[in-house]
Write a protein that binds this ligand. Sequence first.
Ligand SMILES: [Zn+2]
Length: 356
Amino acid sequence: MISKAISRTVCHAIFCTFLFSAGCLPAQTPDTHTNAPAGGPFRLPTANANIYERGGEPKFFAPTAPDKPWTSGSFGCVRNDGWRLHEGIDILHLQTDRRGEPTDPVMATADGTVVYFNTHPSLSNYGIYIVLRHNIDGLELYSIYAHLSAIRPGLKTGDSVKAGDVLGTMGRTSNAETILKERAHLHFELNLLNNDNFAAWFHKASPGERNDHGSWNGQNLIGLDPREILLQEHNPAANFNLLSFIHNQTDLCRVLVRATNFPFLRRYSMLVVKNPTAEKEGVAGYEIAFNYNGLPFVLMPRAASEIHGTARIQLLSVNESEQKANPCRRFVVKRGSRWELANDGLRAVELLTYQP
Ligand SMILES: [Zn+2]
């Protein structure tokens, strides 16, 4: 998941109405604690607060190498000339011990519950990492803290934590890359969960491949941009709201699926918009808007009378300028003059809608 390689869209009237109302949702009560952002529930996961300083990015983000820009430590299509995804942010260390090893405490970004941790660095490119589940504005969100040197002794799966509670210590663990002391960092993610049946799907979709982390495999978590979220909620005038933030993502494409009962619909029911025709005639499928990272951010029920063609999965539209700007997820591909779901896009839609 660190590399989880993994025509213009028409705005529907109902969708636009929904966006408008979502934008009017009440803001969070302002939090006036020291390093807490002004407007929302998230805190920085380490003491490094340079993200909020003008021009402070080089002191906040760890680039992939000294000659690379700080943006290579930010979220999105930021590596390999825009063709490699980084699905979190890399936050630079502030302090080291006498051997030059990072010692920054790593803290919970919001109130939540410990749902998973891995203490065997050899089993993941994340090394030692921890996953928390949060409920933010009614949305289930998962934060990840990776490359740790240690998890706080006594912390157990199922424990409740408060925003700012120490989870462990920053480190350099990974089974895939050597993280030099100079760029020691916390790899931090904010994600939605794709499918509760991930392990069964993976067994079927990738026979013979190992899945050591159950549902907590990176392919089952879909990243949001933590920098955008932290900056927006630090600005009181932005009235940050997580649901609005998700609904305001840019379409990469729209896909129709002839599936009506997959777990994402229940977990993220607030992302499902109303369609009176489907309500009246019955739901035969869903039209799903995906952003460039494969995040399903609007799901509209569709009646049989609104669905053309018989294919189980249909690509309805592609936002070409967005695909050009952010191509690294390789979700769609143009063959001749026709856009199609690429293998990775098809795989993502299959996982999203999988029912054993
Ligand atoms: Zn990273």
